[in-house]
Design a binder for this molecule. Structure first.
Ligand code: PMP
Length: 393
C-alpha cells in the first residue's frame, strides 16, 4: 500500500509540477488551490478595510477577518479573544519577550535545539538564557529541564517540534515543570501546527505561537495564542491605530486584548488565506496528516540507512522531518546535486546554530514532508543521493 494512499492531494498544489519533488515544507509549505482561491477572492471580490468602515463591504470583510480569528483559535483549542494576529511566529515571540511582565525574574529556559527566533528575541529583551541539553537521539532532555528550572526563570520557551530533527516535545511534562517553578510556558508551534493535533488547554501552556505559511497559508500572517489572564497582563507591544481606546496628547488608553496588540491595518487577506488553510488542513485531519508524515519518515529513514556513508540525525519517530549528511560532502553540495535531479531540500544551519554546534557539523541537509508528499519523493531523493555518492565517490 503506498504510504500516501489516504491523502492523494498532490494535484491540488499547482506550484508543484510533475517530476519536481518538494521536500522543503518545514521552511515553507506550498499552497493548495483552496488557499490561492481564497486569497484571489478576498482581493478580487470582497476587499475593504476592517474594523473601521461603516459601509456594508467593510462590515463583511471584518466578519471574515474575525471568522479567521475564530478558526485559528479552534485549530489549537483556544478562545477567539486569545488569538493575536502577528506577522508570524518570530513577531509573536518578540511580542512576548518584550511585553511579558517578568517581575523580578531575569532568566529564560530554552533548549539546545531552538530556532534563532526562539533565542534572539529573549537576548534582545535582556534575559539571561539557559539552554536545556538534548538526549542522545535529539529530544529535549526534560529530566535536565526539571533540574535546571528555577524561580529565576520568567519563561520556559521550547519548540513543540524541532525544525531540524523533528523531535516532538512532551508538552504536558514541560507544562508541569514550568508550573512547578511559577514560570510561563511558551511553545513554538511553527513545525507542530501543520503536522500534529494541538490542544493548548490540554497541554496547559501559557503562550503558543505559529506561522501561517508553514500551515499551507500565506506568508506575513501568524498567531500568538495567550491564555486570557496572561494577555490581560501584557502592556502593548507597538502603538498606533486600532489598538487604542482614547488618545489625547496627555495620555492614551488601550483596548483590551487582542486588539491591544494589533496596531495598524492588519494583514486582512493573510487572515482570510490562513482561514482557508486551516479549513483545508482540518478537512484532511491533523491525525491523518501526522500518520501520513510518520509513515514517510519511517520509509525515508530506512531508505537512507541503506545507503552507506549517510548520517541520520534526530529521533526515529520524528514528525515529518529528516536531517542527514553524506560523509565527506558539504550539505550545500548535496542539496545542489539533488536540485539537478529535481529534488528540493534545505541545506544549512536551519537557523539553529547552537544545535549545529551541538551536533558538531556546520550544516545538515533536511528533507521535510507535507500532505502532498509520497513515496515518489523518497525514491527521487534516494536516486539523487546515489548520484551525490558517484560524484564525490
Ligand atoms: N520556529 C521554528 C521551529 C521554525 O521552524 C521557524 C521557521 N523556520 C520559526 C520559528 C520562525 O518562523 P517565521 O520565520 O515564520 O516567523
Amino acid at each position: 500500500v503506498p504510504v500516501n494512499a489516504a491523502l492523494a492531494v498532490r494535484e491540488q498544489f499547482p506550484a508543484i509540477p510533475a517530476g519536481w519533488h518538494y521536500l522543503d515544507s518545514a521552511a515553507t509549505a506550498q499552497k493548495p488551490q483552496a488557499v490561492i482561491d481564497a486569497v484571489v477572492q478576498a482581493y478580487g471580490r470582497d476587499y475593504a478595510t476592517v474594523h473601521r468602515g461603516v459601509y456594508e463591504r467593510s462590515a463583511s470583510m471584518t466578519q471574515s477577518f474575525e471568522a479567521a480569528r475564530a478558526a485559528t483559535a479552534a485549530l489549537i483549542g483556544g478562545a477567539e479573544q486569545e488569538i493575536v494576529f502577528t506577522r508570524g511566529a518570530t513577531e509573536a515571540i518578540n511580542l512576548v519577550a518584550q511585553s511579558h511582565p517578568r517581575e523580578s525574574r531575569n532568566r529564560v529556559l530554552l533548549s539546545t535545539l531552538e530556532h534563532h527566533s526562539n533565542i534572539v528575541p529573549w537576548q534582545l529583551a535582556g534575559y539571561q538564557v539557559d539552554a536545556v541539553p538534548l538526549t542522545a537521539d535529539g529530544q529535549v532532555d526534560l529530566d535536565a529541564a526539571e533540574r535546571m528550572a528555577s524561580e529565576e526563570h520568567a519563561i520556559i520557551a521550547l519548540a513543540h517540534v524541532s525544525n531540524v530533527l523533528g523531535s516532538i516535545l512532551d508538552t504536558k511534562r514541560a507544562a508541569s515543570i514550568a508550573q512547578h517553578v511559577g514560570a510561563a510556558l511558551l511553545l513554538d508551534g511553527c513545525q507542530a501546527s501543520p503536522r500534529l493535533p494541538v490542544d493548548v488547554a490540554a497541554i496547559g501552556c501559557d503562550y503558543y505561537v505559529f506561522s501561517g505559511h508553514k500551515l499551507y497559508g500565506p506568508t506575513g500572517i501568524g498567531a500568538l495564542w495567550g491564555k486570557a489572564d496572561r494577555l490581560a497582563a501584557l502592556p502593548p507591544y507597538q502603538g498606533g491605530g486600532a489598538m487604542i481606546d482614547r488618545v489625547t496628547f496627555e495620555q492614551t488608553t488601550f483596548l483590551p486584548p487582542p486588539a491591544r496588540f494589533e496596531a495598524g491595518t492588519p494583514h486582512i487577506v493573510g487572515a482570510v488565506g490562513l482561514h482557508a488553510a486551516i479549513d483545508w488542513t482540518r478537512g484532511i485531519g491533523l491525525d491523518a496528516l501526522h500518520a501520513h508524515e510518520s509513515a514517510l519518515v519511517a520509509d525515508c529513514r530506512e531508505a537512507l540507512r541503506s545507503i552507506p556513508g549517510i548520517t541520520l540525525y534526530g529521533p526515529e519517530d520524528s514528525a515529518g522531518i529528516v536531517s542527514f549528511n553524506v560523509e565527506g560532502v558539504h550539505a550545500h553540495d548535496t542539496a545542489t546535486i539533488l536540485d539537478d535531479e529535481g529534488v528540493a531540500v534545505r541545506a544549512g544551519h536551519h537557523c539553529a546554530q547552537p544545535l549545529m554546534d551541538h551536533l558538531g557539523v556546520p550544516a545538515t541537509a533536511r528533507a521535510s514532508f507535507a500532505a502532498h508528499s509520497d513515496v515518489s519523493d523518497i525514491e527521487a531523493l534516494v536516486r539523487g543521493l546515489h548520484k551525490v555518492k558517484r560524484i564525490f565517490g
